[in-house]
Write a protein that binds this ligand. Sequence first.
Ligand code: SAM
Length: 219
Amino acid sequence: MKTVDKATETARRRYDRNASFYDMMEAVLERYRLRRWRELQWSKVEGTKILEVGVGTGKNFSYYPVGAEIVAIDFSTRMLARAREKAAKHDVKVELLEMDAQALQFEDNTFDTVVGSTVFCSVPDPVRGLMEVERVCKLGGKVVLLEHVLSANIILGRLMNLANPFVVRMAGANINRRTVENVGKSGLVAERVTDLGWDIFKLIEARKTDSSSRAAAAA
Ligand SMILES: C[S@@+](CC[C@H](N)C(=O)[O-])C[C@H]1O[C@@H](n2cnc3c(N)ncnc32)[C@H](O)[C@@H]1O
């Protein structure tokens, strides 16, 4: 896939590099926390036309609502290849597409709900990605994000800022993103933010409203 800029190409390559051991890297957090949080996240989905952004290796497949029409995208060829294998093995009904979240190839107002789990920590320009999410979400539609963010605790926040350059090089994810604020900047309206753990993991439920579309258009 041709990516738009150097930062995006670098980020994409990191996920390609880590794809074969990504599930292993996340195994402990997955088992003790993420599973439960994913279940909660997918229980918030509305409607039947769903977009999953940054599908990765397909860890959300087991939570997909029965009967929904789901399209899932990722910019990493190798992460997507693992998702394809998983989908085939477990007969998951999903259309998997290689695509950059910052330049979604869908019409405006296409999806009832857009979902992403631990994605906007990695998208190089998260506000641009979230504006794209806002654009393709139907008016009145929902956006449900499970994200880790920069801690509001001053000491922990400083440590996260210090560690971020190393983490991002190793894992591809930034640990100092302000995703709740970024959702607001995209024009989406955050309706509910639930702290899931340590004031770092958040479930963000947002909506595209009339005013959110106006804000995005004015930006
Ligand atoms: C931390 S992984 C999370 C994967 C999956 N959502 C999960 O919960 O396991 C982040 C994923 O987002 C993808 N990603 C990051 N930036 C992206 C972008 N600009 N466009 C599409 N996918 C992106 C990465 O390739 C990776 O698969």
